[in-house]
Design a protein around this ligand. Structure first.
Ligand code: NAD
Length: 253
């Protein structure tokens, strides 16, 4: 079992929604945050938390939808924190977590219970405990909507030091987002392969699972390029390890 519903979920979700439409991205347009919360809560309240489908979230996701400017879509796998930090600093990319739905729900836990209309603040299913759990179905469904909207030059941030593989076909990026990218809307895809500063360089552009992804992109008809340790993102990693040799602005030869 996983952690229960985040305390004060309602206040957090409604507050984040108002913050988003009022301050963070007024271009999202007019939204009724209370109605959004009610629509969201009705998806999982009073229900078995392992029987929530992706479709169940569609009314909420449709209501929360807004434009994503061309060239701002950025996908990630095993690099969530770093990608969010990069997005918060440069502000010229908009990951799912910088859209209304992702902003409202990122980092939260939620689920209901069949026996009561109260949310379950004690326990919720763990991520892999059941396929159709309240949180996993939400992120899958939100990822479909997000990927379909991508246009222009798209970015993908992967972890070159992953203990498993940088590109996993079973991840949400590999199994959902990739398949919903539209060749007609997307002009090119840039892969950024970020190694952990103190981790091993397990995979790089053209190597291992990245090579597999590059072949898949080519087959689908996407133009793409790949950059190892894209410097602006690496400089964010450097904040925590400024003395690391990769962070040295003027390397001594
Ligand atoms: P990933 O493997 O890094 O997983 C993404 C998130 O899913 C993790 O941060 C975690 O919150 C959850 N998760 C995955 N496996 C888990 C496990 N075994 N136990 C507990 N939690 C687990 O990357 P991915 O699957 O490729 O998904 C990332 C992509 O999908 C992004 O492009 C994003 O748009 C979207 N997404 C976002 C979130 C989010 O929490 N903001 C979650 C899932 C998917």
């Amino acid at each position: 079992t996983g952690r229960g519903t985040t305390a004060n979920l309602e206040e957090i979700v409604i507050g984040r929604c108002n913050d988003y439409i009022g301050l963070k991205n007024p271009a999202a347009g007019k939204k009724n945050c209370t109605l959004l919360w009610q629509t969201l809560k009705s998806v999982f309240a009073s229900k078995d938390p392992c029987k929530i489908t992706q479709d169940d979230y569609k009314p909420f996701l449709t209501m929360a939808e807004h434009d994503i400017p061309s060239g701002k879509s950025i996908f990630w796998s095993q690099t969530g924190e770093l990608t969010r930090q990069y997005a918060d600093i440069v502000k010229n990319v908009m990951p799912l977590e910088s859209t209304l739905t992702g902003y409202m729900m990122n980092g939260l836990n939620w689920c209901g219970q069949r026996s009561s209309s109260e949310l379950n603040y004690e326990v919720c299913p763990a991520w892999n405990e059941c396929e159709e759990n309240a949180a996993k179905s939400f992120w899958r469904s939100a990822s479909v909507v997000y990927a379909k909207k991508a246009s222009g030059e798209v970015k993908v941030v992967l972890n070159g030091s992953s203990q498993t593989r940088a590109f996993r076909t079973e991840s949400i990026f590999g199994s959902i987002e990739l398949g919903n990218l539209d060749t007609n809307r997307i002009s090119s895809i840039q892969l950024w392969i970020m190694d952990n500063l103190s981790g091993s360089d397990k995979e790089s552009c053209g190597v291992g699972s990245i090579a597999q992804l590059e072949i898949a992109l080519k087959h689908k008809g996407f133009k793409f390029s790949c950059i190892d340790n894209y410097r602006p993102v690496q400089l964010i990693q450097c904040i925590w390890m400024p003395e690391h040799k990769s962070c040295n602005i003027c390397p001594k030869n």
